[in-house]
Design a protein around this ligand. Structure first.
Ligand SMILES: [Zn+2]
Length: 219
């Protein structure tokens, strides 16, 4: 009975996520169709630019929606194990995280256990992020890679131009230095140790990166 209730709740959450994501996709399609209607004479470059812009906005929205849907809805207190029905819920400001999909917003909840007083951020635990983390691990890796190949200012510019991701030069410097990319040797090591996300491993990607890195003229 309890299992059936949980399953029903899960289904409702899945449906809500599906509806949210479809709505965002519909907004993106509508925006593109309206633009196409208003700009019938736009050339290929203008159309490419528009698809990139709308597509990137959709990526960031989808990532926020997927991140918000993470984890069990009723986690137990990590300290004393009591079920969260007995925990006090406090809403916090939505979190903004910069990622490879752009700037992503998602609401977070801080739970405080009534029994032991422990408080925690369930979403952060599931997502594997620190409470104050503002840059995703994937984007930090990109920053470190580019920061090892060129100046920090140019690296930030490249990220903006090629990926549409806006990062501050000082933030990029911090992440690049933390990853130890202050020399071309360590940068090459970073490229070699790069791995695509799980379930998407493609040897060709990695091979291209190693080739690119090793064929780079030494400045
Ligand atoms: Zn507790």
């Amino acid at each position: 009975m309890k299992e059936a209730r949980r399953s029903g709740r899960r289904t409702r959450l899945d449906t809500a996520l599906r509806e949210q994501m479809f709505a965002s996709a519909t907004d993106a399609v509508n925006a593109l169709c309206t633009w196409a209607h208003d700009e019938p004479l736009a050339d290929f470059d203008a159309r490419e630019e528009r698809v990139l812009k709308i597509g990137r906005q959709l990526l960031a929205t989808w990532l926020g929606q997927l991140a918000s849907a993470a984890g069990p809805r009723s986690p137990a207190c990590p300290k004393c194990g009591i079920h969260s029905l007995n925990a006090v819920r406090r809403r916090r400001k939505p979190r903004t995280v910069n990622s490879r999909c752009g700037s992503v917003h998602f609401p977070r909840m801080r739970l405080t256990c009534r029994r032991c007083g422990h408080s925690w951020l369930p979403l952060n635990s599931v997502l594997g992020m620190d409470a104050k983390q503002r840059t995703s691990g994937g984007l930090q890796h990109w920053e470190a890679l580019l920061g090892g190949l060129t100046t920090f200012a140019e690296a930030a510019q490249l990220l903006e131009t090629l990926a549409g991701v806006d990062v501050g030069i000082e933030t990029l410097r911090t992440h690049a230095e933390a990853a130890g990319t202050d020399s071309k040797t360590s940068s090459a090591r970073l490229w070699r140790t790069w791995r695509p996300p799980r379930n998407r491993r493609r040897t060709t990607h990695r091979w291209v990166m190693i080739t690119f890195c090793s064929s780079r003229p030494m400045a």
